[in-house]
Write a protein that binds this ligand. Structure first.
Ligand SMILES: [Zn+2]
Length: 371
């Protein structure tokens, strides 16, 4: 494999078009590339205009129009890398088996190879069900404008295939933790820190107590983690701070823990009765637990992979959320991590393994023809 490999040159065009979530022209340009690629094929294209300043979504439909539950593929085309990343820090390039570029691993590589499989099956007419492919613009910020669309397609599907990156040497994902996001705001009473110290009620001191209490909710045995990763407050070094704020990231392994921890965090009460606390937020992505139906779908994928010549494994429940959380929580059998193998998601050393493109494309093709 080298840079003359047709897959590599075609995927490199996608990588060269930078599409961070908030750069709408880039994200919409990616949707144009997909729409252009299926022109003239037996694939219907529906484009849904973006909302809240974010990019458009694209739905491709093919296969039997029987009205029975579809098999759906889902890919996001936004990345976390700002415009200019490919010009400086992460140029699109091939080094041995590695294809580098912004978003190659998370998840343009997976979106691209799944689209090739989708096109092959649509052209051959070899699917047993209706086929749907959803491309979204906003996964990297929690899918605020596309969750409804993802769930609508999930509800009418027999199975959902998500092309997030493969894990640890090609493993796929069959369970993910749920994710909650909160913002805590505290308001105390300002005072001169020298002349009137006793009159002040420090919002930052109260925040310190609350942060320790929240971090103490972490319970590795139950798969619960809490992280305060952003904070701020105060106005000057000699003023008892009136205001403080911090963010909370929550991860849970079970839906029950999602409910319990969410209400615990929303109900935080101040230690100092003169400080007010307000908490906003909640669970964003529900946990994606491995159901018997999901396990059966994984066994189907395993058998298809064995026929292609590789041993497909799944990884232990991962802490990162994806759009697969939304469909799995509806009870729809969902396989995730079907995308390209590689490493370095969200970093400047992100790459995909060129040798993983063909077998994973064949796996998705097999799933589209089997399920
Ligand atoms: Zn992703």
């Amino acid at each position: 494999m080298n840079s003359l490999d047709p897959s590599v040159s075609a995927l490199s065009v996608w990588l060269a078009l930078e599409s961070p979530t908030h750069h709408t022209p880039g994200v919409n340009g990616m949707m144009d590339l997909v729409a252009g690629e299926v022109e003239g094929l037996p694939i219907a294209v529906e484009r849904i205009p973006g909302r809240n300043g974010l990019g458009d979504s694209l739905i491709l439909r093919a296969g039997l129009a029987t009205g029975e539950p579809a098999i759906a593929v889902m890919s996001h085309l936004d990345t976390v890398h700002p415009v200019g990343t490919s010009a400086h820090d992460l140029p699109v390039r091939v080094e041995g088996d590695r294809l580098y570029g912004p978003g190659v691993y998370d998840m343009k590589g997976g979106a691209w190879l799944a689209l090739q499989a989708f096109k092959q099956v649509a052209l051959a007419g070899s699917a047993k069900r209706p086929l749907v492919f959803l491309f979204t613009p906003d996964e990297e910020i929690g899918s605020p404008t596309t969750r409804g669309l993802i769930e609508d397609i999930g509800r009418t599907s027999a199975a959902v295939l998500v092309t997030e990156p493969a894990r640890e040497g090609g493993k796929i994902v069959t369970a993910r933790k749920g994710v909650g996001r909160f913002e805590v705001r505290l308001e105390g009473r300002p005072a001169h820190s020298g002349a009137r110290h006793a009159d002040g009620r420090s919002a930052i001191r109260e925040a310190a107590h609350q942060i320790l209490a929240i971090e103490a909710m972490t319970d590795y045995a139950r798969g619960v983690t809490t992280t305060v990763a952003l904070m701020g407050g105060g106005t000057a070094a000699n003023v008892i701070p009136q205001h403080a704020w911090f963010s909370v990231d929550l991860r849970v392994a079970s839906a029950a823990d999602g409910v319990a921890l969410e209400s615990q965090i929303l109900a935080l009460s101040p230690r100092d009765p003169d400080v007010r606390i307000s908490v906003t937020g909640g669970m964003n992505r529900p946990p994606y637990e491995k159901s018997p139906e999901g396990a059966a779908l994984f066994e189907t994928a395993r058998a298809i992979a064995a026929g292609i010549g590789f041993d497909l494994q799944d990884c232990a429940m991962t802490g990162g959320g994806s759009d697969g959380n939304f469909t799995a929580a509806l009870g729809v059998p969902t396989l995730d991590g079907l995308g390209i193998d590689g490493e370095g998601a969200h970093t400047l050393s992100e790459y995909g393994l060129i040798s993983s493109i063909a077998p994973r494309q064949a796996l998705i093709k097999g799933l589209l023809e089997t399920v």
